[in-house]
Design a protein around this ligand. Structure first.
Ligand code: THU
Length: 161
């Protein structure tokens, strides 16, 4: 018997002021767009923003529904929007932030399992690592260099043919 082992490294910054200007701008965009979330049920407002290789920035928010499972996370709204507006265009980085009516937004959140799967598919299709910049409205910021590291032993399209 052997044991597998998995670990990954990510960067931890004390706050947004330590980021490069480009990363700080993207996180600031994700923070701001939380205002546009439609999240009347969870009252947890998520914003995401992507910087594309063509220089465009695209942003999104979570969209909830009275039938709760119909709701969709900001990250998957973002991927669908990018793929529809700019198909095949590489994504340099995605920032994710949030604001809540219940709790303080003072630490990073990271994408849910379903979004990790969707992000990984996008990364594989585009053949370029997507950097993730994760932070609340304040506090520490995590930078993860590739989505792949968030989903060990991933199921991908390679398994299907
Ligand atoms: N949500 C996101 O949009 N992204 C995340 O990374 C975590 C969770 C949304 C889903 C739901 O609308 C609300 O946040 C609470 O789970």
């Amino acid at each position: 018997m052997e044991q597998g082992n998995y670990s990954f490294q990510y960067d931890v910054y004390d706050d947004i002021s330590q980021l490069s200007e480009q990363d700080a701008l993207l996180l600031a965009t994700a923070r701001k767009v939380t205002e546009k979330a439609y999240a009347p049920y969870s009252r947890f407002h998520v914003g995401a923003a992507a910087l594309l290789e063509n220089g465009e920035t695209v942003s999104s928010t979570n969209q909830e529904n009275a039938s709760y499972p119909v709701g969709i996370c900001a990250e998957r709204v973002l991927l669908g929007t990018i793929s529809s507006l700019y198909p095949g265009t590489s994504i340099q980085a995605i920032a994710v932030s949030y604001n809540s009516e219940e709790i303080k937004s003072d630490h990073p959140i990271s994408p849910c399992g379903m979004c990790r799967q969707a992000l990984l598919e996008t990364e594989l299709v585009l053949k370029k690592p997507i950097r993730l910049i994760l932070g609340g409205q304040a506090g520490k910021v995590y930078v993860i260099n590739t989505v792949r590291s968030l989903l060990p032993l991933a199921f991908t399209g390679d398994e299907l043919s």
